[in-house]
Ligand binder design. Sequence first.
Ligand code: HEM
Ligand SMILES: *[C@@H]1O[C@H](CO)[C@@H](O)[C@H](O)[C@H]1NC(C)=O
Length: 346
Amino acid sequence: MASKMQVLFLAFLSMTSSFIVCQANSGYGYGFGWGSGGGNNYNSLSPYFYDFSCPQANDIVVSVLENAISQDPRMAASLLRLHFHDCFVQGCDASILLDDSAAFVSEKRAKPNVNSLRGFTVIDIIKARLEEECPETVSCADILALVARGATVLSGGPGWEVPLGRRDSKAANMLLANATIPPPILTAQKLIASFKQQGLDEVDLVALSGAHTIGVARCTSFKARLYSQNGNSEADVSLEKAYLNELKSVCPSSGGDNNITPLDYASPRSFDNTYYKLILGGRGLLFTDQQLYSGNYATLAQLVKSYADDEGLFFDQFAKSMVKMGTISPLLGSNGEVRKNCRRAN
Ligand code: HEM
Ligand SMILES: *[C@@H]1O[C@H](CO)[C@@H](O)[C@H](O)[C@H]1NC(C)=O
């Protein structure tokens, strides 16, 4: 009986490996991630990457997320944002998670991130549980991708199949983080250019901006709009008046730079399409949010309207665009490493 099982298993193995070879040759390499340190040479990502080496990976991620979000509802937003800030800087390689080292300054201290990004200790908890159950197997970059989906789903948003098999970088790049993460003062044209540099188009830009349906921003991120948008002591004309006055009460003209307010005040904890509805009424919080509709760019404005009209359409496109963003320049095969601790290279 045992030997029959072994024969069957070997047959399965040989079928599987020829399948892998076939697929790899045709450029679709399904990485099955047969355990740790096995020198995987797969040349693309696959949702099945951990099916044999760590099938419980996503369950672990989700259970830690449920706990973290129940203690701090904003955490869903903070964690979703990490994947974006990771992927826009030398690809989705968990460079965002590295602390300062002798060799480099961390991206955490870059302008778009400092005093703003959060959630690193939640990632540490997930990584520690994964190291207990499947040592040296699940990369920190893949954790960020699974976390982004988990945070979206737990907030009421769409799910998607997460391509996996990214490896982790050995270094971070603060200069690049300063340069490539878009600041909230960009015009529509410049937002499009910023996303285009990452291989993302206008549809991706509008759909991914919908992540601002959850979470908050500090006054410093939008204060110029309230008091002196063009250095002329006038508020941004695209900002609806009653909303402008409310924001002024949260953010005084001097001080209060770290006060926070929701990006989508209508439903700040629920992943839905109200973000777009607010923008239609001049109630986008960031200049860049409002630019999608008020930036004299018809393609973007039309997309905002269609997502405001049809939440299902937004959800479908958000899912597709998250997969696309999640595949920006991954480290594959024997490039990079699987970090044991997400905060430092091995
Ligand atoms: C389109 C260009 C984007 C710009 C200019 C931008 C800018 C910002 C800024 C300035 C904040 C507030 C930070 C602070 O004041 O501390 C913020 C928050 C946030 N961003 Fe974006 N963002 C963009 C795209 C995205 C994308 C693509 C995602 C994810 C897919 C995302 C997810 C978030 C989330 C969830 C928050 C709230 C975080 C929290 O509450 O901790 N953003 N963003
Ligand atoms: C990036 O931005 C930070 C924060 O504003 C600044 O201190 C740092 O000098 C910048 N780093 C580089 C390498 O440009």
